[in-house]
Write a protein that binds this ligand. Sequence first.
Ligand code: SAH
Length: 358
Amino acid sequence: MTVNLDTRSELSTPHAENAPLLGQSLAQLTDWVVRQGQPKYRGKQLYQWIYQQGARSLAEISVFPKAWREEMGEGAIGRSTLHYRSVAPDETRKYLLRLADGLIIETVGIPTENRLTVCVSSQVGCPMACDFCATGKGGFTRNLQAYEIVDQVLTVRDDFQRRVSNVVFMGMGEPLLNTAQVVAAVKCLNEDVGIGQRSLVISTVGLQGRIHQLAQYKLQATLAVSLHASNQRQREQLIPSAQHYPLQQLLEECREYVEITGRRITFEYILLAGVNDSKENAAELARHLRGFQTHVNLIPYNPIAEVDYQRPTRDRINTFKKTLEGENIAVSIRYSRGLEADAACGQLRASRSQLEAV
Ligand code: SAH
């Protein structure tokens, strides 16, 4: 598989004139203003207004000459419009954003005292159809462009009026079915929005050859792999795509990723009562991860309407954790925020009433 590692320039060709300005680098924006017959320094102004001020159209960039602004008409930059917002009691905010073609995606903002984490979507819907995930029940429409991912982060930043410290690709979609755009978004978030690559997490269900492909970009972002099962048979039951991808092979690709990038991998493991949460499962999981530079993130199941899995009791969750720790594996439990606003992991599928809200 050949990979074009220059994901930024890929974005600007061949339709640079019509390409959204959002997502473009300083050099690309400078080229653009010069092509519009403007002096070079306006590139820097445009860049600052897009990424720092959060301008939504060229018309609002008040440092630009009035005549030029009028000439450019509406001058859309590539920002979405807010369709719906809900705020959970824990201050987590969920957004439904309308894209230029009218499609709706979901984004979540998760504040703590020291952090503001944005959970972004990488696709409209998701084709993976994991059994426990609401997004997968709604089907798949299309991949997002890098600028549509960056827009989600700017939208949450502007709404909270706070710096975004972390971004996790854990919203709708499978990032590694859209690798080039996800990598371009990572670079833009890092270089232009100013978020450290190590504060970015790309979460994947793991698809054959795709982790190998991602490794070639040598990102410093963290890779999280949704394992969710301690053996192949069980994984196939929960994740349809696992039928084409043996667990051993997935783990091999993960080992190679660690070697190439020098970064640890996080494994995510959803805990479903009576399905994959026994001590035996924990011991089996530990055997797979022996000698691996890793961290396991346990995610107690968040209920969705379509299936009747249960979240395990706290005791059972803690026993699972202790069993892994007994094998010297670093573990944390992620109790998702935003449950009440249907904003927690796996719950991103807008209800009809949210979609119809004006
Ligand atoms: N496609 C990516 C990103 C998906 S969402 C991936 O599979 O990793 C991020 C995490 O939320 C994944 O680990 C996913 O399996 C998990 N998740 C999905 N549905 C869930 C649910 N109902 N409860 C808890 N976690 C869930």
